[in-house]
Ligand binder design. Sequence first.
Ligand code: NAD
Ligand code: DAU
Length: 342
Amino acid sequence: MKIVVTGGAGFIGGNFVYYELAHHPEDFVLCYDALTYAGNLETLAEAQQNPHFKFVRGDIADRAAVESLFEQEKPDIVVNFAAESHVDRSIEQPDIFLRTNVLGTGVLMDACRKYGITRYHQVSTDEVYGDLPLDRPDLFFTEDTPLHTSSPYSASKASADLLVMAYHRTYNLPASISRCSNNYGPYHFPEKLIPLMIVNALADKKLPVYGAGENVRDWLYVEDHCAAIDLILRKGKPGDVFNIGGHNERRNIDVVKIILKALGKPESLIEHVTDRKGHDRRYAIDPAKIQAALGWTPATKFEDGIQRTIEWYLAHRPWWEHIISGDYQQYYEKMYGHRGTL
Ligand code: NAD
Ligand code: DAU
């Protein structure tokens, strides 16, 4: 089977490439990625040694390029990880999120219809459900929770989900969708909370916590997410929508303190800064459907996963030092340079 992994030079897509090569050595994995600021060929260096892997640079919103890929490669399965993925960037510049996340999804699915595939899988997010109140720990997102988005990023992902469901119903496209909670683990770009805090703490820089740090995220080790997608591809049915999460809710401030403790750094590095606009309060996934239908459960406890992640960043300094020595400097100054402290 030939699997096209779009966005495979990014965080989760890169981990998924390695997951597939390790668990299905009989398959062929092709990564199609535009190599935006978030895409990194160093992430795929080991995969490039594998004869069952190939990298093609390209944009999912470029119809001619996508059609030529399908014509030449004739994929069986397409898993779409390619996206603009950072909420803060979507608040600064929403238009690129619409182009990649919505139009790009449409272009990919049109090619799937034209050339034929056995499955199109859309990697979506729990953010399509909006947020939950902090004082109602009894509430969770199920697959029936209405889509109700907060940021340009989540609105673009929800729009893509609607388009996928429409293509499934209208054209009978064999499509599925998964909506996962926050991932963490190796190859996570250091604009996101966990890697940013690890990298800053290692440099004894301030750790910018938005507001009081009481917002809650439901963290899942990235390999568990990859395992769930793999199961959906192989055992799920067209039209399926699955939530993915492991009941691991944590306040941001508590996650940051765990990282500081593990690195032996003082809590005085924490700096409370101006909150994110429209900041979602709490995400919490109910994974009952995927557990019952496909038998998926997360294998990694947060205590182990965060330790493994910190060790990975300690052992792979060149990977993130190359990132933070480039355009990232300007990004950091733009996002944090003028942010007031609380
Ligand atoms: P990422 O930002 O690390 O990687 C995105 C990748 O997509 C990069 O390699 C980038 O070069 C590529 N890309 C961007 N625009 C492209 C385009 N137009 N054409 C081709 N490639 C393009 O993102 P991530 O955190 O790995 O997220 C992957 C997917 O999973 C996204 O769809 C995201 O919405 C979803 N998701 C992420 C999380 C999370 O916690 N990170 C959780 C749930 C769902
Ligand atoms: O829930 C899934 C989503 O998780 C994915 O769809 C997104 O692609 C992914 O980026 C992530 O979105 P979040 O906005 O939850 O992740 P982020 O790492 O940006 O922020 C996590 C929390 O930490 C959030 O409450 C904001 C806060 N935060 C973040 C940064 C970058 C800080 O307090 N300080 C920071 O510097």
